[in-house]
Design a protein around this ligand. Structure first.
Ligand SMILES: Nc1nc2c(ncn2[C@@H]2O[C@H](COP(=O)(O)O[C@H]3[C@@H](O)[C@H](n4cnc5c(=O)[nH]c(N)nc54)O[C@@H]3COP(=O)(O)O)[C@@H](O)[C@H]2O)c(=O)[nH]1
Length: 778
């Protein structure tokens, strides 16, 4: 027997086993002492004692002061390699065991003899003659004669191998679950799992293989006790119906227990690989996900042919189950990581990942004499696709475009989606040749522009690109992206569907735009806006019945700035929401003030931009403006453009109904320029259509415009809607519109938009009927 102590050491005997062992040891010591006292019935006692000892499976023995066996029970005798007790009597441990082990036993026993103190519950791992190491719990006590003098020792050892195994199993399982919970590296988890199973099944080595993402190959997971060369030979093996134990188990999804590798047909093509390692049996079980998907295999190899016992099978299933949990957990984490760094729609990396990679690419390019080129790309008229074919078609288009771009770049390049239809492409390590760089991006543009099938139609989409090259056009990722963005805007400005390389003029323009933006922000803070009002006249009554509120910027240096010069920037930057809010409140206040001043009540009409309308609290802002000003809702009209409504028809209808419920009137502005379907129009809770100026300006001469305005007027009549023509400048236009049935008119013919006081004068002094009379007279 060989004994290892380092890993456990002596432990206080506190459990029930130890207590019983102590009691037995004390009784045995007393009995052994009595054996040396001549008693009349000693023979009987001797016989009883020997019989009792031989029936006990624990090792029981007594030794003299020189360590020679005085007595030993059957278990001790046979496990020390003898047949009967007489064979062991008089021998010491040095005669039986290896010198090192014998010396350990002798040292313990010497201590007991010298101190007179017993040693209780020593846990020791011992190598026995046959089979695997065993764990013993040993107690040694002084053997005393009648006078109380120590004449030797009595030893008792119990085999606690099974106990130790289940203890190890419990601790091991807890540790593995903790590893899953604390996200320990999966290879480390696999290794611990295999070592745990191997500790329960001596002579057996385990391996874990994982299924490749394409589900076709097995990849090395862990095999701590196998030769690395064998693991390497298995790594990457294609699964199939006759691919050893693991390849077959992964393929069929069923356990494959091969009792003899040398003869089993499943191993026919693989036994040569296993031969140098003397593997004879291999039992493999699929590792499955919670839903039953195969994730890999857990396999045990043995040098002996044979099949696993029930107990072994239980262990294998438990191991495969734990491995499944760990793999699923890891896959979930990988998915979360992927989602955090990628765009869900296209699968392209997102801005987070881009920032890190661009920084690395720029660093690598420093002093390399190569360029890193970035292109900011925006699809042309993508909104039209969304508006006309719906968001599903728009999404599909983005996916197709992403795939086409991906196919055009190398692995070291990168494409990210930074907004709805905006992408950034980074090409790495390019020669410093302007034409070559541009041709690479032009290739991507042509790939995008190829026809594609969407919702059963063949479509083509073009794109505008702005290109920058590092280090020529910026030092940092932020500067480069901003400059590429400016170049892209230039490409849009000059008609879309083209590519622009960044230059300094663009930078100046971008800078100027930034300054305007800041100025506009300050203007909002300082409330530098004023409203002008343009009268709307009813041709029947000749009355001014409404006024459109039109904003102007009272610039401290530039004077009165028209909305066309700042509304587009305000819309682009979102500042329109604050400006629109100011307009709404000011218009409501002014209308109430006119009413309070005794002027006949009129409707004030306010333009609402798309950003303003889609803000979550649009309805409550309108309600607040009415409440704060005290204006009755029926004197407020909101003008919504067709394109605004068509961006998201169901949401727009819902908001429009909420506004209608407040009592506010709704009108569709610029009618005829958008894409509203006539069927959708029925469901809009609007009371008025506003014919766009572009259809009025060439009336009555232009045949098409006559047809369009005529159609809009009769459509409005059929749908029971009022209709107003805007941009009316001439008598001929008035005459045509009146004849066509349009009775509401707005335009320079009657009045330009006027500052408040001028409007009041026109409205009160020069009443609309007078205006009409003048018109008729003219
Ligand atoms: N979201 C908001 N948009 C607003 C607001 N105020 C104005 N605007 C929009 O700005 C655009 C330009 O407006 P403006 O320069 O005020 O031009 C208006 C009228 O002056 C002009 N008009 C009216 N009659 C005539 C005409 O006979 N001839 C002619 N050439 N122009 C004329 O039309 C503009 C009004 O258009 P509309 O709103 O479509 O009725 C303009 O798009 C405004 O909408 C604001 O507060 N918020």
């Amino acid at each position: 027997m060989t004994r290892y102590r380092g890993d456990t050491g002596a432990r206080a005997a506190s459990n029930e086993d130890t207590r019983r062992l102590i009691d037995a040891s004390v009784r045995l010591a007393a009995e052994a002492s009595r054996m040396f006292i001549p008693e009349p019935n000693i023979a009987d006692r001797h016989y009883w004692l020997e019989t009792m000892m031989n029936h006990i499976p624990d090792y029981i023995y007594a030794k003299d002061l020189e360590g020679r066996f005085l007595i030993a029970n059957h278990a001790t005798v046979s496990d020390c390699g003898f047949e009967k007790m007489q064979d062991i009597l008089g021998k010491n441990d040095f005669d039986i065991h290896a010198p090192e082990l014998a010396a350990h036993f002798a040292a313990d026993e010497r201590r007991v003899i010298e101190t007179g103190e017993p040693l209780f519950g020593i846990e020791e791992r011992v190598a026995v003659l046959k089979g695997p190491d065993r764990w013993l719990m040993t107690s040694k006590l002084p053997l005393r004669d009648k006078q109380g003098s120590t004449i030797g020792i009595v030893g008792v050892s119990r085999d606690i191998t099974e106990l130790k195994r289940s203890e190890r199993m419990l601790v091991g399982q807890a540790r593995l679950l903790e590893m899953i919970a604390t996200r320990a590296p999966i290879e480390q988890f696999f290794t611990e799992l295999i070592l745990l199973i191997e500790s329960q099944m001596p002579g057996i080595s385990g391996s874990i293989l994982t299924l490749s993402p394409d589900g076709k190959h097995l990849l090395h997971g862990a095999a701590p006790s196998q030769a690395p060369a064998y693991s390497a030979a298995i790594h990457g093996v294609a699964i199939g119906p006759k691919v050893g134990s693991c390849g077959t188990a992964a393929f069929t999804g069923e356990p494959v227990l091969v009792a003899d590798i040398l003869t089993d047909p499943l191993w026919e093509d693989y036994k040569a690989i296993a031969a140098p390692y003397s593997y004879r049996s291999c039992w493999s079980t699929p590792i499955r996900s919670y839903e039953g998907k195969v994730l890999g295999t857990f396999a045990l190899y043995s040098a002996q042919p044979g099949l696993p016992s029930d107990e072994h099978n239980e262990l294998i299933l438990m191991a495969a189950h734990l491995a499944g949990i760990a793999i699923e957990r890891q896959q979930a984490e990988e998915r979360i990581h992927f989602m955090a760094h990628h765009d869900a729609l296209t699968g392209l990396p997102n801005r987070l990942m881009f920032d890190a990679k661009v920084a690395a690419a720029l660093q690598q390019a420093q002093g390399s004499g190569r360029w890193v080129a970035l292109a900011f790309l925006d699809l042309d008229n993508f909104k039209l696709v969304n508006d006309s074919l719906g968001h599903h078609a728009g999404d599909e288009m983005l996916r197709i475009v992403a795939d086409r771009m991906r196919a055009c770049v190398r692995k070291s390049d990168m494409i990210v989606r930074v907004g709805g239809d905006e992408f950034i492409i980074m090409l790495n390590g390019l020669p410093t040749e302007r034409d070559l760089v541009l041709s690479r991006f032009e290739k991507i543009r042509s790939a995008i522009a190829a026809p594609m099938m969407l919702s059963g139609r063949s479509l083509q989409v073009s794109c505008s690109m702005g290109v920058v090259c590092y280090p020529d056009h910026g030092d940092t990722a932020i500067d480069l992206v901003a400059n590429a963005d400016s170049a892209m805007y230039r490409a849009k400005e000059i008609g879309r569907n083209n590519l622009q390389l960044f230059n300094v003029e663009m930078a100046a323009k971008a800078h100027e735009k930034l300054l305007h933006q800041e100025e506009l922000r300050d203007a909002i803070a300082r409330q530098e806006f004023v409203l002008h009002y343009q009268p709307q006249v009813n041709l029947h009554t000749g009355r001014v019945f409404a006024a459109e509120a039109l904003v102007r910027w009272q610039h401290p240096e530039r004077g009165l700035v028209t909305p066309a010069d700042f509304i587009p920037l305000a819309e682009e930057t979102g500042l329109i929401v604050a400006i629109g809010d100011w307009v709404l409140n000011a218009a409501c206040r002014q209308n109430k003030a006119w009413q309070d001043a005794g002027l006949p009540p009129i409707i004030v009409s306010v333009n609402v931009s798309a950003r303003q309308f889609s803000e979550g609290d649009c309805v409550s802002r309108v309600a607040a403006a009415l409440r704060d000003s005290g204006l009755e809702a029926c004197y407020l009209e909101l003008e919504l453009t067709e394109s605004l409504i068509m961006q998201d028809v169901p949401a727009a209808i819902a908001t429009m109904h909420e506004l209608e419920a407040l009592g506010v009137q709704l009108a569709i502005d610029d009618f005829g320029t958008g894409y509203s379907s006539l069927s959708a129009l029925k469901s809009f809770p609007v009371s008025r259509l506003k014919i766009d100026r572009s259809f009025v300006q060439d009336l009555p001469g232009d045949e098409d415009d006559r047809a369009i305005t005529g159609a809009i007027i009769s459509l409005a009549q059929k749908l029971n809607l009022r209709v107003i023509a805007e941009g009316v400048e001439t008598q001929a236009q008035v005459d045509f519109l009146r004849a066509a049935g349009c009775t509401e008119i707005q335009g320079y013919f009657f009045s330009k938009p006027l500052p408040t006081t001028d409007f009041e004068r026109v409205f009160s002094v020069c009443h609309a009927s007078k205006l009409i009379a003048e018109v008729d007279a003219a």
